[in-house]
Design a protein around this ligand. Structure first.
Ligand code: ADP
Ligand code: MG
Length: 261
């Protein structure tokens, strides 16, 4: 589904990604780990189409389509989801209203893509949105009062994650990219993310879970684990790789990788 080949990307003329190769098939959960500054967030941003990064070499194909020239919103319509790392506070806009705008835009555009020539795309009505939101909130065991709160105003770490996971549930992406920042998650946030991913991942949704720490992988079982160092994926394996990393630490692994390179 995702085919990333020899991807090189720069920011302000500094090359950060130096030849990333990664293939993710439909419905798989991949964990991307690596030390601070190795380029994990850069990869997430480049996949989502962040305009600050320049791809200088290589290719990204998603569902068989070359997405390099696509805008972030077109990628979202295709089914790529990248959670907002630092969502802005918008006082006066409720979660429900924000999500309705974000979600109906993407879903309506998707319906238009799916509709044939001369065929009318079926738009999502506010009533349908509210029904869908109630269903997803029930699935994720979220309190309904959450929807009426103002966007990110005074949200705890766990609540910000809840907003992110709810948005993911409503968008129904085929590929969800979750970048869990190096500051790590508190225990509440960890639980929200792991329950959300475990509830939503499946045959229809693949996940690229970016995490500095092994801890999150005690709750989410990835099919594949990759380790990124200095802008490249230097090792790939199964879940045992994360455990090995936890035991050895990145420094020891770095020594081994450079010794064999
Ligand atoms: P990770 O998420 O693995 O910690 P990042 O992708 O955030 O790593 O960063 C990779 C490298 O890119 C780091 O060395 C960082 O200093 C550099 N970098 C990130 N953003 C910028 C920027 N705006 N300008 C210059 N360098 C940057
Ligand atoms: Mg990062």
């Amino acid at each position: 589904m995702f085919e990333i080949e020899n991807l090189h990307a720069s920011i302000e003329d500094t090359e950060i990604l130096k030849g990333v190769n990664l293939t993710i098939n439909m419905g798989e959960i991949h964990a991307l780990m690596g030390p601070n500054g190795s380029g994990k967030s850069t990869l997430a941003n480049v996949l989502a189409g962040h305009p600050s990064y320049e791809v200088t070499e290589g290719s990204i194909r998603f569902m068989g389509e070359d997405i390099l020239e696509m805008e972030p919103d077109e990628r979202a319509q295709l089914g790529i989801f990248l959670a907002f790392q630092y969502p802005t506070v918008i006082p006066g806009v409720s979660m429900a209203n924000f999500l309705r705008m974000a979600v109906t835009n993407v879903r309506n555009a998707r319906a238009e893509r799916a509709a044939g020539e001369g065929e009318e795309a079926k738009k999502m009505t506010p009533r349908e949105f509210r029904k869908l939101m109630r269903e997803k909130m029930a699935l994720l065991k979220m309190d309904e009062s959450f929807a009426t709160r103002y966007l990110n105003e005074g949200f705890s770490g766990g609540e910000k994650k809840r907003a992110e996971i709810l948005q993911m549930a409503l968008l129904e992406p085929t590929m969800a990219i979750l970048d869990e920042t190096d500051s790590g998650l508190d225990i509440d946030a960890l639980r929200v993310v792991s329950e959300g991913v475990n509830n939503l991942a499946g045959d229809d949704m693949g996940v690229l879970l970016i995490t500095h720490y092994q801890r999150l992988l005690n709750y989410i079982k990835p099919d594949h684990v990759h380790i990124m160092m200095e802008g490249r994926i230097v090792q790939s394996g199964g879940p045992e790789l994360a455990a090995e990393l936890e035991a050895k630490g990145y420094e020891k692994l770095r020594g081994e990788v450079t010794a064999t390179a």
